[in-house]
Design a protein around this ligand. Structure first.
Ligand code: ATP
Ligand code: MG
Ligand code: MG
Ligand code: MG
Length: 488
């Protein structure tokens, strides 16, 4: 089944259960001071759960563009290294606002996965909240009893607060969740080791696909829980992971969500990506694979963010987007030997593939391409210069530790990020002196503090002849030299 059809099947299924299908909210949030990017399907409905406003329907379903690169959910550093966490991904979600509850939500989740999509029941595990007596939160007996109708007890897992209890904050709506996991290992592997022990254990083939949150309680200021007057359901399913399960592959990158992008990178670089089924690859090939995964992942995050109005910049959300793009550029530069802008060419592939469902990526295609190309060109210049300088530093270093002052100079004068230097050094078997770097950083901060004080308080514009300590001419205006002096 193609990814497009999987997405449609989900939305149609919930439409048939009387859900209103709504479009994804933008990936960038402009009016929420607590959140930079949409990182889950429920973000756009938050106010309804807090009792502010009424949704258009008590039952809603959609697919939400999510970005997990900052704050509570930050998967950025895993991306490229694992095969199932992305920066940008789609979260399929269905909601009940004070309407249906656990019985329907779990029954429909099961029906969709096993009857509509016909996933193998024997590969599915479900989890329920085990309870937390210390905080007076009960075991989720209700969810357990519902699951027992569908799933043998040895595939029901009792999860702790971290995985199976959801809270909006220290106070407010909260409740137990029930996750669905899938075991995609081979039959031989599955009979050797039970998947039960691998759930929520970072196994790349035993992954969480769907989370069902039941907003059942309100946590009060004193920490105690009370039942909410109306109970809600919030579910989120990772679309790319579902595609992996449906397409008989063991990596999200081997699904048709990513293969067109990967093929384009292969075509541009002349290098090959090996699918997750190919074992025993060389160290070199592994690096190429990681770099390609980073690039095809990050281009989606950056392209959708720009299409939704967030240009790369030096502050806030724009800076996060710039850093994601720079991470992709660097992986290309280092492991694919790409010294010219090329990531921008992937935007056309993305627009072609996703444009039908997300028209913004098509309508903004030109802008997105241009912005990415410009960013690539300028960062590649920085990389070239910085790498050359770093090379010189390494050559003049005795031992394996580079001076923190030099690393600071690269950062301060050439805009070469510290973590980037650290990575490059690590790849070459070097490290740098973090303390020295930190000292330089503090000195620089003190200097700029002093400079700003200077410009507001310590410096005065005086007429010539009244100079105490001559510092320099600022400008010449009507033949009167305006001289800056330091007041002692
Ligand atoms: P995980 O434990 O795998 O990190 P999670 O518990 O953080 O996932 P939830 O917040 O429960 O994820 O989000 C709901 C669903 O979204 C998950 O069940 C998963 O399928 C999907 N998902 C979460 N994070 C990512 C990601 N970074 N990339 C792709 N899909 C994701
Ligand atoms: Mg997570
Ligand atoms: Mg989880
Ligand atoms: Mg989860």
């Amino acid at each position: 089944m193609k990814s497009q059809d999987i997405r449609k099947a989900y939305l149609q299924f919930f439409e048939s259960k009387n859900h209103l299908i709504v479009p994804s909210a933008p990936i960038v949030l402009k009016d929420d001071p607590t959140l930079m990017f949409n990182n889950s399907g429920m973000a756009q409905f938050k106010e309804f759960f807090l009792g502010n406003g009424t949704p258009k329907s008590k039952r809603i379903a959609d697919t939400q563009k999510c970005l997990r690169v900052s704050g509570k959910h930050n998967d950025l550093e895993d991306v490229g290294f694992d095969t199932y966490h992305h920066t940008m991904f789609e979260m399929l979600g269905n909601w009940s606002f004070g309407d249906y509850f656990k019985k329907e939500a779990l029954a429909w989740a099961w029906e969709f996965l096993t009857e509509v999509l016909k996933l193998d029941k024997d590969r599915l595990y479900v989890s329920v909240f085990e309870g937390n007596p210390a905080e007076d939160v009960p075991f989720d007996q209700e969810a357990f009893d519902i699951w027992k109708q569908y799933v043998p007890e040895d595939r029901i897992i009792f999860g702790n607060k971290k995985d199976n209890f959801w809270e909006m904050g220290d106070q407010g709506p909260c409740g137990p969740c029930s996750e669905i996991h899938i075991d995609l290992r081979s039959d031989a592997e599955r009979s050797a080791v039970s998947g039960r022990s691998l759930v929520n254990a970072d196994h790349p083939q035993v992954v969480e696909i769907w989370n069902n949150v039941f907003m059942e309680f309100n946590r009060k200021a004193d920490g105690s829980l009370e039942k909410l007057p109306a109970q809600h359901v919030d579910t989120g399913m990772g679309f790319e992971r579902l595609c992996m399960a449906m397409q008989g592959v063991t990596s999200n990158y081997d699904t048709d969500v990513f293969t067109p992008l990967i093929e384009k990178v292969e075509q541009i670089t002349g290098l090959k990506y090996t699918s997750n089924e190919v074992k025993n690859i060389s160290e070199e090939q592994n690096k190429v694979n990681i770099a390609i995964r980073v690039i095809v992942d990050h281009v989606r995050a950056v392209a959708f963010a720009i299409a939704d109005g967030q240009l790369p910049s030096n502050t806030g959300a724009g800076y996060v987007i710039r850093r994601i793009l720079r991470r992709a550029i660097r992986y290309g530069f280092t492991f694919l030997d790409t010294k010219e802008p090329f990531i921008n060419q992937l935007v056309a592939v993305l627009a072609n593939q996703m444009g039908e469902f997300f028209p913004e990526i098509k309508s903004q295609q030109q802008l997105v391409t241009n912005v990415i190309r410009e960013e690539e060109a300028s960062f590649l210049r920085t990389l070239e210069q910085g790498l050359q300088l770093l090379e010189n530093v390494i050559v003049s270093t005795k031992g394996k530790e580079v001076s923190g002052e030099k690393v600071f100079e690269l950062y301060d004068t050439y805009g070469f990020p510290k973590d980037l230097t650290a990575l490059i050094l690590k790849e070459k078997g070097y490290s740098f002196n973090e303390n020295e770097f930190e000292i330089e950083l503090q000195k620089q901060k003190a200097r700029s503090r002093a400079a700003s004080e200077v410009s507001t308080e310590d410096w005065k514009v005086l007429i010539p002849g009244n100079v105490e300590t001559f510092v320099g001419y600022d400008q010449t205006e009507n033949d009167v030299k305006i001289t800056r002096i330091r007041k002692v």
